[in-house]
Ligand binder design. Structure first.
Ligand code: NI
Length: 168
């Protein structure tokens, strides 16, 4: 397995609308394995393909507290959402910055696994938040896009003061 470099804000690849996966082949398996390893190494709870420079609709998530519980989502779509909840989010592509974001509380997602088999998941709590964050990534949306205008300005000032992000 290979650790992949994580692209940081404001890289253009993070703003792409990703393509659907059509080939469930060995290169997809390899990509998924590398993404999981990269996510765990970076101590993240989710990683989307554009964050490693691949504009495909793929994300890996593990929000478990103790034993690893990896879930791979290929071509995920939110089919229903309900409720609303605010919680603090961060992103491996925007290191060290955290801010509260409002999301749906419960969502139902349909996706494919690495073998091309479809599945449906009812998500709440951290899994719901993380899934919404990662699915946003697949459409070029970052969590800072959900901030109020004031908080967005505060982010820009924070980023400018920080002098950008270092390359890994
Ligand atoms: Ni993120």
């Amino acid at each position: 397995m290979t650790l992949l470099p994580i692209f940081k804000y404001p890289e253009e690849v993070l703003r792409q609308d990703c393509e659907e996966v059509t080939d469930f082949d060995s290169s997809l398996n390899e990509l998924l394995d590398n993404m999981a390893q990269t996510m765990y190494e970076a101590q993240g709870i989710g990683l989307a393909a554009p964050q490693i420079g691949v504009t495909k609709q793929i994300t890996v998530i593990d929000v478990s507290a103790d034993e690893p519980e990896l879930i791979e989502f290929i071509n995920p779509t939110i089919v229903s959402k309900e409720g609303s909840v605010s919680s603090e989010e961060g992103c491996l592509s925007i290191p060290e910055y955290r801010e509260s974001v409002k999301r749906a509380e419960n969502i139902v997602v349909e996706a494919y696994d690495r073998h091309g088999k479809s599945f449906r998941i009812d998500a709440d709590g951290l899994l719901s938040i993380c899934l919404q964050h990662e699915i946003d990534h697949l459409h070029g949306v970052l969590f800072i896009d959900h901030l109020s205008r004031l908080k967005r300005e505060m982010f820009k000032r924070w980023y400018k003061k920080r002098g950008g992000f270092d390359e890994e």
